[in-house]
Design a protein around this ligand. Structure first.
Ligand code: ATP
Ligand code: MG
Length: 137
């Protein structure tokens, strides 16, 4: 089975839709095998999104990701990485297919409710960025 790293971002935590998003995971056959709520430091958020360091939206992204608590989880299931990206929908909620998490719970590209690993390599890096093997069940 495959694992992927998911983050429920500050906008969705503030909007009180954690449970609704967890239901989307469960209905898609994804199992939560690790989870923690945390307030990211600038350093932790910047390191997580290091691949975007040179992008014009980087400082806005880090500011948003540190603006309130996030819920970080590891999801496990058949094809979990692609499956999670499917149910998240497009990065910009305006382009996200109806019924996806971003279409239903996000308003803007810069506040788009959820993160999901985009490849096996990023899933491995991102899972170990937040969890030790003993914290994953
Ligand atoms: P994530 O990595 O958060 O799952 P993603 O893989 O769909 O999102 P990326 O290209 O990795 O999209 O961008 C990372 C994040 O940066 C996006 O989720 C979004 O919040 C923000 N972002 C991307 N493009 C823009 C933009 N044009 N303006 C503002 N923010 C942006
Ligand atoms: Mg990404």
């Amino acid at each position: 089975v495959e694992r992927t790293l998911s983050i429920i971002k500050p906008d969705a935590v503030a909007d009180n839709v954690i449970g609704k998003i967890y239901t989307r995971f469960e209905d898609a056959g994804l199992k939560v095998v690790a989870a923690k709520m945390m307030l990211l430091s600038e350093e932790k958020a910047g390191g997580f999104y290091a691949e975007h360091k040179e992008r014009p939206f980087f400082s806005e992204l880090v500011e948003f990701m540190t603006s309130g608590p996030v819920l970080v989880q590891v999801l496990e299931g058949e094809g979990a990485i692609a499956q999670n990206r499917d149910i998240m929908g497009a990065t910009n909620p305006a382009d996200a297919a109806p019924g996806t998490i971003r279409a239903d719970f996000a308003k803007e590209v810069s506040r788009n409710a959820v993160h999901g690993s985009d490849s096996a390599a990023s899933a491995a890096r991102e899972i170990s960025y937040f969890f030790s093997e003993s914290e994953i069940f």
